[in-house]
Design a protein around this ligand. Structure first.
Ligand code: NAD
Length: 472
């Protein structure tokens, strides 16, 4: 059995800056120097960012194990390799993304040039969350660098080993004037938010997202808010229940359910619930054996506070169909499925963000849609069906950040679609080209000549106004 060391959640500071005003000023001066604007500089920095990850894979695996007790294969898939892949694709496509865009122009502008200039915003603040502490920092940072910005990174203090490593490595690889890591917890982030930024990219909870939005409002700073929420799963009786259960449980058990787009709860009929439970018992046994705590493939919870919050949801032992074992010393909670859950139960009042799956029984897809629409807009929606009509029903009648049909989580890895929330699950999106666009101000430009002939043609706009002139 693995035992995780009890972490000391100390605030780590780089020790290089006197205060956050100083780091912002240094970064702003670097942006004003103009060096981040050249394509070659951006590509060079992105290559170094990728090199940073490639050179330090064992160190990152160790830090992620220390923070989350996570298996290195899961860390590669969701954090390290994922970020390397994203940066590599950004480098490959950057010249094309940066090129001047030449949109179609109206007839009246036939003699003019009309184009869109991709302008960096300036100084970007990236605030990360702890559940994928590499991915959630490196992917937005890559987008910000690609777009020509300077960046201040605030990793999550809740994953202290990874935050410390990021703070040590970034100055060793990236330009020391343009990119900075500012570590710390709530007080440090609060101080940072008093500063003026040109863009803020935040990943975290809806509650803190509101604080970020309010702080950004002071300077009308644009924001991307990558937040959370309760992502529902609907399963009907047309599916292969074993494949369905496998895909849902993988989304719920990876990283011990600490994923923003983890399936939060399941909506299905009583009959489907029965079949799902039978399939789930078999699958979980295949994956983790009879004693999940001994499996090296299963993560631990990030903090005692998080563990205590989740254990509270398991007080009513009568509705636990599978799992329910816990161990406070290891911050361990077994994959647990709750049946016939009442929508008023505490587990249905907030994002679970852990390995507990409540099932709420409904009679038909219309009831499921009403249930979803009576709550805040989720970050993800999952629909398992072989019926096209049912699929369309959900797509046309619900609103969510994204959707996966017949799978969970995997839409996150498709970089040709935007990833982001809507309503309380966030605003804005990123991944692939969408990251570049997020950190780019699209400057629309009209360029005209000063020759006399076209000036005569457009003279109708000048006073004195007359109907005769307009008729010509
Ligand atoms: P959190 O909101 O507690 O913390 C996120 C960041 O905000 C951290 O860097 C933290 O230092 C800072 N912070 C915390 N409290 C603050 C305050 N009062 N003032 C200023 N800054 C503050 O979130 P978390 O616990 O790190 O992450 C879990 C949440 O993040 C879940 O809701 C999850 O769904 C969401 N999440 C969303 C995504 C996404 O891509 N949409 C990804 C991962 C996590």
């Amino acid at each position: 059995a693995r035992r995780l060391k009890v972490k000391q959640q100390t605030n780590i500071r780089n020790g290089v800056y006197k205060n956050c005003a100083e780091v912002v000023t240094t970064t702003r001066n670097a942006f004003k120097s103009g060096k981040t604007k050249s394509l070659s500089f951006r590509k060079e920095q992105l290559k170094k960012l990728m090199q940073l990850l490639e050179d330090n894979v064992p160190e990152f695996e160790k830090s992620l194990y220390s923070d989350l007790g996570r298996h290195k294969q899961e860390s590669a898939l969701f954090d390290i390799e994922y970020s390397i892949f994203d940066i590599k694709k950004t480098i490959q496509n950057l010249s094309q993304w940066c090129a001047l865009e030449k949109p179609e122009k109206p007839l009246v502008n036939a003699l003019d040039s009309v184009y869109i200039y991709n302008d960096p915003y300036g100084v970007v603040l990236v605030i990360g969350a702890w559940n994928f502490p590499i991915n959630l920092v490196f992917v937005p940072v890559a987008g910000a660098i690609a777009a020509g910005n300077c960046v201040i990174i605030k990793p999550s203090e809740m994953a202290p080993a990874t935050a410390k490593l990021i703070a040590e490595l970034i100055p060793k690889y990236l330009d020391k004037e343009c990119y900075h890591v500012y570590t710390g917890g709530v007080p440090e982030t609060t101080q940072l938010l008093e500063q003026r930024f040109d863009y803020i990219f935040f990943t975290g909870s809806t509650a803190v997202g509101k604080i970020i939005h309010a702080a950004a409002n002071k300077y009308l700073t644009p924001v991307t808010l990558e937040l959370g929420g309760k992502s529902p799963v609907y399963v009907d009786d047309t599916v292969n229940i074993e494949i369905t259960a496998r895909r849902i449980l993988w989304g719920k058990c990876t990283n011990a359910g600490q994923i923003c787009i983890a399936p939060d709860y399941l909506l299905c009929t009583k009959d489907v619930q029965k079949d799902f439970i039978a399939a789930a018992a078999k699958i979980l046994n295949e994956w983790y054996g009879t004693n999940v705590k001994d499996s090296p493939c299963y993560s631990r919870l990030i903090s005692d506070k998080h563990y205590d919050r989740l254990v509270n949801f398991l007080k009513d032992k009568t509705n636990i169909a599978i799992g329910g074992k816990t161990d406070a010393n290891q911050r361990f909670i077994e994959p647990t499925i709750l049946v016939d859950v009442n929508p008023n139960d505490p587990v249905m009042q907030e994002e679970i963000f852990g390995p507990i799956l409540p099932i709420i029984t409904i009679d038909n897809p219309y009831q499921a849609i009403s249930f979803i629409n009576a709550r805040e807009k989720p970050l993800a929606l999952y629909v398992f069906t072989n019926d096209k009509g049912t699929k369309d029903l959900f797509l046309n009648n619900t609103s969510s950040g994204g959707v996966a049909i017949n799978d969970t989580i995997m839409h996150f890895s498709v970089d040709s679609i935007p990833f982001g929330g809507v309503g309380f699950s966030g605003m804005g999106g990123y991944h692939g080209k969408y990251s570049f666009d997020t950190f780019t101000h699209k400057k629309g430009i009209l360029e005209r000549n000063l020759q006399k002939l076209p000036e005569k043609a457009s003279s109708i706009r000048y006073p004195p106004y007359s109907e005769t002139k307009t008729k010509i």
